[in-house]
Design a protein around this ligand. Structure first.
Ligand code: URP
Ligand code: ZN
Ligand code: ZN
Ligand code: ZN
Length: 466
């Protein structure tokens, strides 16, 4: 089927531009100056709307087994919610646990996703154990499985943790095969000491999850990861879910030295705080337990993160979508914050939440699109298939209404969560129409897609690799 998106303002990293977009089948075939397109019978009127590439959320954990339970969104519910929020591609994390075979972990994720996704998806691979076998597997995944990024953990000893020697070996391998190392940069062994001491003092509320993960332990791990990557002949390194000023300083300094160091942040770190959310009365704060944790409003984290998005020291905004319900899941940590499963769910709200940066004058329109769609696609080897409105690219397109408003609530969201981390937020802008590979999947708030529409996207190497 062929159709023309007419009268809209196409936005890419270079900024807004009035243009009509011709879609044929699953692809964009041409852009026309207004009024110059050929006549086609099917049109979508985009008057007053921004026409942007579908969002690319490079960090999600659908149905992830974690902390004795499993993230509450399945690939079905989570990718449908993503579609409602204007995200047409996710990159989820397949997992190898310590002692498991990497390829088995990957096969398990293909099994969970096949036939269940509403939007396209790729995988990063979590390495829970770096040894000779998993290092060999890295080569195979890059060469034949379309997986060009591997996440390691400096946190969670006994679960996903890798020591510095293991990290260095994986980085050396990545330097050889062109993969990106993604790092959960928090000093896990030191955090475990602080957690134990806090619990011994009777500090059991969710708030202490934040207090026992101070920004210094994020900054220290970030710095250590950066220096290890430099020792590994400047292995490309991507710091995930960066939350704190001091960690950002480390990234900025490395980039100023010309290093292949990149970072993402997430909406929760741009808007929510240790005191107002994690410190909510009683057990309420459990809703916002995630790692890295929300930071103090009495420090300059949020202003620094917004600045980092402007300077490109933060290149990407992803969600780290890892939802758990309060009932039976977060509640596992009543009386002991360390047993609260870590994660926040926002896959439906990232595009809207970041649009507030445009409304508030903190981001240009072009930078908004770049951080939510174009750069994640380029960073993780999906460009120009994803992340851009250009001839030949997949017709993943969002019509975004700057005059609309979005009210976020558990009563209206589509994620499988029994609360919203953003309850009652009323914000400017609204996702109007969502198109995935040429199919309209959301229109006027109505769902028109289906599970199984989303396809696996094998990825190439990062474009940012030098
Ligand atoms: O709290 C978080 N971030 N949960 C998801 C797992 C991770 O470390 O990204
Ligand atoms: Zn992490
Ligand atoms: Zn994560
Ligand atoms: Zn379909």
């Amino acid at each position: 089927m062929s159709f023309l998106i007419k009268n809209g303002t196409v936005v890419g990293p270079q900024g807004p531009n009035a243009a009509d977009v011709l879609v044929d089948g699953e692809r964009i075939v041409a852009l026309y100056a207004p009024g110059t397109a050929p006549d086609v019978p099917d049109t979508i009127d985009a008057t007053g709307k921004y026409v942007i590439p579908g969002g690319v959320d490079a960090h999600t954990h659908m149905q992830m087994p974690f902390g004795g339970t499993q993230a509450s969104d399945t690939f079905d519910t989570g990718t449908r919610a993503a579609a409602f929020g204007g995200t047409t591609t996710i990159i989820d994390f397949a997992i190898q646990r310590t002692g498991e075979v990497v390829q088995d972990g990957l096969a398990a994720w293909h099994e969970k996703t096949a036939g269940n996704c509403h939007v396209d998806y790729g995988f990063h691979m979590i390495l829970g154990g770096v040894d000779d076998e998993s290092l060999k597997a890295m080569d195979q995944l890059v060469a034949t499985e379309g997986i060009s990024s591997f996440k390691l953990f400096m946190a969670y000893p006994g679960v996903f943790y890798s020591d510095d020697g293991q990290i260095l070996r994986a980085m050396q391998k990545a330097r050889d095969n062109g993969a990106m190392i993604m790092m959960h940069a928090e000093n896990g062994p030191a955090i475990d000491v602080l957690v134990k001491q806090a619990l011994e003092r009777g500090e059991t509320d969710p708030y202490y999850h934040g207090v026992t993960r101070p920004q210094e332990l994020e900054a220290e791990a970030t710095s250590r990861a950066i220096w290890l990557a430099e020792v590994a002949a400047d292995c490309p390194l991507y710091i995930v879910h960066l939350s704190a000023s001091k960690a950002l300083e480390q990234v900025a300094a490395a980039r100023d030295r010309g290093r292949n160091v990149f970072a993402e942040t997430c909406p929760q770190y741009l808007y929510l705080t240790l005191e107002d959310q994690l410190g909510a009365p009683g057990f309420e704060g459990a809703k916002w337990v995630c790692s890295t944790p929300l930071r103090s409003k009495h420090e300059s984290h949020q202003a620094d993160l917004w600045k980092g998005l402007k300077t490109n020291d933060l290149a990407v905004v992803s969600t780290d979508h890892c939802p758990f319900c309060m009932k039976d899941q977060k509640e596992m940590g009543i009386g002991d914050f360390s047993k609260i499963p870590n994660g926040i769910g926002s896959v439906e709200h990232r595009v809207d939440l970041l649009y507030q940066g445009v409304v508030d004058g903190k981001l240009s329109l072009g930078r908004w699109v770049e951080t939510i769609a174009t750069t994640p696609a380029r960073m993780f080897g999906m460009y120009p298939k994803k992340g851009v409105i250009a001839p030949g690219s997949d017709a993943d397109i969002v019509l975004y209404d700057p005059a609309g408003r979005t009210r976020i609530s558990v009563d209206t969201h589509h994620m499988n969560m029994d609360y919203s981390a953003w309850e009652g937020w009323e914000i400017a802008g609204k996702v109007d129409t969502v198109i995935s590979r040429g199919s309209v999947i959301v229109q006027n708030g109505e769902y028109k897609g289906h599970a199984g529409h989303g396809k696996y996207v094998p990825r190439g190497l990062s474009e940012y690799l030098v």
